[in-house]
Design a binder for this molecule. Structure first.
Ligand code: NAD
Length: 371
């Protein structure tokens, strides 16, 4: 089974789980399948301007048509750089008038975490499809509100889980789930970096939490996509030096363990004071190792099987993860299909994140109910 088959299969799994593909293709998108759908980017910070916006030049189905920012200088600068006319440059106050702009099909929310819910809901109410950065929200309740608002407006909601469009991660999913190194027994996943002081990530009202919300979510999401099932038990230990001025309101390190229904155990690290980016899927015959696993580029895979350790290099990888992500939502809008990482995928992570925090706080194993 190839990577494309994995993609199709995941889409079917998603639909089988009760996600009925909404007939949400906009009239203009359906009228002209060759038209590139127009994205409005909300929040012109580091990720939006350095990683996402330059990638529209490589997209087949998507183009950048509008910008939303609270800083007029940024609107002028990026507007000029990307040829966005003044009529398509919005402030947060004028944001809701995007409803009158037929050039905008999709709104991409790239704001600090606690602002995601508000802008996703406002985008849906303006009749636009929505891409929202991870973490989807700062709570399960917010995530449900966002999903509800998009459903009510009959608009698609997708979460920016770019690794699901990254060729090596897709291969890892395929190899893990097909038992390439035998049935999976253990997954380890580690993500962390040394957080610089003075940023919104360290301010709970804006971030909703510490390393887990921001970087540990990659360990969690990988454990879930590699296992292909939802955890039923969670335990966790938090280690935070509260005398470190960076960690007055958010956690530094949180180590968590997930148990899946099949018996697979995931041991995960989330840290704001040490540098890691990797995961390993360990089966009965060996392991699949990804290190680094989820950077913007440069993924490396090693496979150990039957006593031999060899690098796995893909001959051709196709569009990069950013292009794959942007074009996937455009294609879903055109065809009315459900994205492979819909709002429900963000909600699934939020449920486990809340359980991890609870397990750490209460010092006990938390059981998760069926979703
Ligand atoms: P950033 O600080 O570089 O950008 C945030 C932007 O939000 C800035 O332009 C800022 O001006 C604007 N903003 C609007 N209202 C604000 C407020 N009240 N307080 C602070 N800033 C405000 O952050 P970033 O790294 O671009 O992160 C933005 C989002 O993207 C986050 O949700 C983050 O988790 C996500 N992200 C995802 C990835 C990924 O690989 N998928 C990588 C980086 C960031």
């Amino acid at each position: 089974m190839g990577i494309e088959d994995t993609n199709r299969r995941e889409m079917l799994i998603g639909m089988g789980a009760g996600l009925v593909a909404l007939k949400t293709g906009t009239a203009s998108a359906q009228a002209d399948p060759a038209r590139k759908l127009g994205y409005a980017i909300v929040g012109l910070g580091s990720y939006a301007t350095r990683q996402i916006m330059p990638q529209f030049a490589n997209c087949k189905h998507s183009r950048l048509v509008a910008l939303v920012s609270g800083t007029p200088e940024k609107l002028a600068r990026y507007g000029a750089e990307y040829g966005i006319p003044a009529r398509n440059r919005y402030s947060y106050a004028s944001f809701d008038t995007i409803r009158d702009n037929p050039e905008i099909d999709i709104v991409y929310v790239v704001l600090p975490n606690s602002l995601h819910a508000e802008y996703v809901v406002r985008a849906a109410q303006a009749g636009k499809h929505v891409m929202c950065e991870k973490p989807m929200a700062t709570s399960v309740a917010e995530a449900r509100t966002m999903i509800g608002a998009c459903r009510k407006a009959k608009r698609l909601l997708m979460i920016g889980y770019r690794s699901r469009f990254e060729p090596y991660n897709r291969l890892a999913i395929e190899l893990a789930r097909s038992g390439h190194v035998g049935p999976t027994r253990i997954i380890t996943a580690e993500h962390g970096f040394d957080a610089k002081p003075g940023q919104w990530r360290l301010d709970r009202p804006l971030s909703g939490g510490g390393s887990l919300m921001d970087i540990g979510i990659y360990s969690l999401n990988a454990a879930r996509y590699l296992a292909g099932e939802e955890p039923v038990q969670v335990s966790a230990i938090e280690s935070t030096d509260r005398t470190d001025p960076r960690f007055r309101t958010v956690e530094d390190r949180i180590d968590f363990m997930l148990r899946f229904p099949s018996g697979v155990i995931a041991n995960c690290v989330s840290s704001y004071s040490s540098n890691h980016n990797g995961y390993r899927v360990i089966g009965t015959k060996g392991y699949i190792d990804m290190e680094p696993a989820t950077p913007y580029e440069g993924q490396r895979m090693m496979i150990r099987k039957d006593g031999q350790t060899t690098p796995r290099v893909l001959a051709s990888t196709g569009p990069n993860q950013f292009v794959g992500q942007l074009d996937h939502l455009s294609e879903c809008v055109k065809t009315g299909r459900t994205p492979i990482v819909p709002g429900e995928e963000g909600l699934a992570d939020m449920r486990v994140i809340e359980a991890i925090y609870r397990a750490a706080r209460e010092g006990r194993t938390v059981t998760l109910d069926a979703a």
